[in-house]
Design a protein around this ligand. Structure first.
Ligand code: PLP
Length: 368
């Protein structure tokens, strides 16, 4: 019998979600309508933050966050190369240089002990990524930022619901950005959200997303250079419906990670996700490290059985266009490069059953 395909990720969509999107469609108001503010209000109250601004993607949100904290052409921003490309692209859009600092080998997040060494006269901000759903070392990062007068942007696109001590990721720095692409913990199709406690950053982002129009929307007055980074009503309705069931989704993702951990613990050459103290992990993906050089072989065996997996993540500094612009070379970030050659993301989605988890871990154990 042919093996049934098991994808890496799959959105959780139920009848409530479909009804919400239908009602947005039936309302006749397909953009700039009531679902947008309903979603924003629900999102900000979930996180316990003052302002939320829904946008057309996580990347758009990051781009606006970079502008809203006042970064400009020629500035340098300290960030991580072990991330999805968007967290660096948002700097390049504005002519800002990403300065990469190596990662903590346990969490794959930026190593806060190496940040100060990378600060120059041009450094204006730290762009933190909470990779795979685990918050970075925010206490140390905020201390360094304060000492050197740097802004902090949190790319929380992978870490909705994760906490550093009592605070949700995305709410600790000057501004945080979430993403709702269909492989994320909750989805709006395409979409994102900017959150902040600063009225100024919020108002600037609202203007940027809507062609630079501030406040009085009845006039066609454009105060600053803006974009069309708006979220439409169908997406906002889906987001509102999804955030209302997020706790249920998060619980299930943690349970799946727990089963994976049980099945794969004490297997030689496999390193499981490490969750450091004072933080909770919201499992955007479940990523293992395979240290005996067999990662690609195991991926091939999984593919043969219809199981999708992914090499998460390739280093940003070694992407062809980055190498061309900044002359980055292999060897620049030894830990990032080693981790990147060993990591493999395994399927993780709401209705992944225990039987299939065991099938996946069985193939890994057979082939390690
Ligand atoms: C998903 C993601 C984004 C945003 O992606 P969009 O597809 O633009 O919504 C940004 N940064 C990271 C680290 C991500 O994983």
């Amino acid at each position: 019998m042919k093996d049934k395909f098991i994808p890496l990720a799959k959105p959780y969509i139920d009848k409530e979600d479909i009804d919400a999107v239908s009602s947005a469609m039936k309302s006749g108001q397909l953009s700039c309508g009531p679902f947008l503010s309903k979603f924003e209000l629900r999102f900000s109250s979930y996180l316990g933050i003052k302002y939320a601004c829904a946008v057309s993607s996580g990347t758009a949100g990051l781009h606006m966050a970079v502008k809203a904290v006042g970064l400009k052409k020629g500035d340098e921003v300290i960030t991580t190369s072990f991330s999805f490309i968007a967290s660096s692209n948002c700097l390049l859009y504005e002519g800002i240089k990403p300065v990469f600092v190596d990662i903590d080998e346990r969490t794959f997040n930026i190593d806060s002990k190496k940040i100060e060494r990378a600060i120059t006269k041009k450094t204006r901000a730290i762009l933190v990524v909470h990779i795979f759903g685990q918050p970075a070392d925010m206490e140390s990062i905020m201390k360094i930022a304060k000492k050197h007068n740097l802004k902090v942007i949190e790319d929380a696109c992978e870490s909705i619901g994760a906490k550093y001590k009592e605070s949700f990721s995305g709410t600790i720095g000057d501004v945080g950005v979430f993403g709702f692409y269909p492989n994320k913990q909750i989805t709006t199709g395409e979409g994102g959200m900017i959150v902040t406690n600063s009225k100024k950053i919020y108002e600037d982002c609202c203007a940027y997303r809507n062609q630079g129009r501030k406040k009085n929307l009845s006039e066609l007055k454009h105060d600053v250079l803006g974009y069309n980074y708006r979220m439409d009503e169908m997406s906002a309705a889906l987001g509102f419906s999804q955030i209302n069931k997020f706790n249920k989704i998060l619980k299930k993702r943690k349970e799946i990670a727990r089963i994976y951990n049980l099945e794969l613990e004490n297997i030689p050459y496999i390193i499981l996700p490490v969750v450091l103290e004072k933080r909770t992990h919201s499992f955007f993906v479940y990523v293992i490290r395979i240290t005996n050089g067999k990662r690609d072989f195991i991926q091939k065996k999984l593919t043969e059985k219809g199981i999708q997996s992914k090499k998460y993540l390739p280093e940003i500094h070694l992407q062809p266009f980055m190498k061309k612009i900044f002359k980055y070379k292999k060897g620049l970030l030894p830990i990032t490069e080693r981790v990147s050659s060993q990591t493999l993301a395994l399927p993780l989605f709401y209705d992944l059953c225990e039987k299939n988890i065991k099938k996946i871990t069985g193939i890994i154990k057979e082939n390690i």
